[in-house]
Design a protein around this ligand. Sequence first.
Ligand code: FAD
Length: 429
Amino acid sequence: MYSPRIAVIGAGPAGLTLARLLQINQIPCTVYECEKDRHARTQGGCLDLHEGAAQQALRECGLFEQFMAVARTEGEVLKIYEPNGTLLLDEGSDIGERRPDSFKGRPEVDRSQLRNMLIDSLYPGSLKWNHKLKAVKTDPSGRTAKYDLHFEHHVETGFDLVIGADGAWSKVRQLITETRPFFSGITGVDVKLSDIDTLDPALSKRVGRGMCLTLGSNTSVLSQRNGDGCVRSYGFMRLPEDWHKTCGIDWSSPATAKKQFIEMYYDGFNDDAKNLILKADDDVVPRPMYMLPVGHRWGHRQGLSLIGDAAHLMTPFAGVGVNVAMEDALDFALKLKQWKREVWDKAESSAVSTLALIEPVRQYEEEMFVRAERYAKETMMYLDLFFHEKGGSAMCEHFAKAKEEEKKAAEMNGKDSPAVKPSAEEIVV
Ligand SMILES: Cc1cc2nc3c(=O)[nH]c(=O)nc-3n(C[C@H](O)[C@H](O)[C@H](O)COP(=O)(O)OP(=O)(O)OC[C@H]3O[C@@H](n4cnc5c(N)ncnc54)[C@H](O)[C@@H]3O)c2cc1C
């Protein structure tokens, strides 16, 4: 029976979800990951997985119960503060109450928990660590449509299908399109305040159980509680791409860097907002945010494709990146599964079957381009709301308007309008 040789590059949420889905559908594949092992670096903050897309992917993976056992539904709540400490929005325990209903049903999970769950679900030996891809090359003899993978230390040959799930700076993408990510206009620092409950219980209470945004005019502190007791904060604003090199901040001394950063950009912010950065651990990472063009697409190339950030890198401001990535994986796997059943399993020669790889991948790409463009537009809209000259009131006005439209639509459809309960604290706008 024909079985194409498939490589997935990158063991992030997209690559691991895809590999799991292919393997449980008897489509063998190997994942190649550049990191040395699963502990090579801390995985960063947490992610909210949405109903319908990412959660459906986990259901298909047979991992949904495992996910729900570690997911934090209470982490979905949102608070928005003005720089002077005025609370503009507090969902209290009423998740999604002040935002459109689409924000409900998005439990948070720590990245490392999600990643470990997916890694442990793969066939033993099918994830190869310490394989840093340098380039994908066509068969040098020119006689086959196969690809060779050039890793840092060796070459592996003869792949029928190479799927780039290798994130923002994808090497696989280089063979498919000349388009490269560009700077989004937003940069700043990424910090983590460990064990906040012990270090500063009052600050911990201020953050709450989920996301806590302090939004000034074009300048923000975006904080999020993680499952391990830390709060991760991003001090983001509109600045030039090379800001971290030209700003004069002494990055070699984290304590000095935090102090300089706050003094330079957070005039008018109260101590609580400042302390989320000043009291953070001594590890300050400048983080310029990049994106691919909204509506990015390419002409299909046989035997190659992209999923996740490699295909449609977005800034994180709509909180959809990992959700689109896992939806890509689900969709890709379903397309291959259908073609396996209908075409490959019946094929008499591998040449016919290799050509038959084109159609499911092309179908996946056409649907993914439309989906990714929709999410990329939403992301751009939220970027403008996070970094608005009116600060947090712009975001609150947006939510109030969207809520009102939802209510009207429900009334027009003859349904009961969603109950509007007063939140624990008064909305100011
Ligand atoms: C600061 C920040 C906050 C975010 N917050 C959210 C959020 O709240 N919600 C949300 O939905 N999304 C969020 N995102 C986006 C989300 O992290 C990504 O969309 C998601 O991780 C994409 O998954 P991926 O598997 O496509 O790529 P990645 O997670 O980037 O994984 C790519 C993998 O490929 C490996 N790799 C890279 N190059 C190579 C190579 N040459 N050879 C071999 N392996 C390679 C990497 O080591 C990595 O393991 C955030 C992003 C950032 C930067």
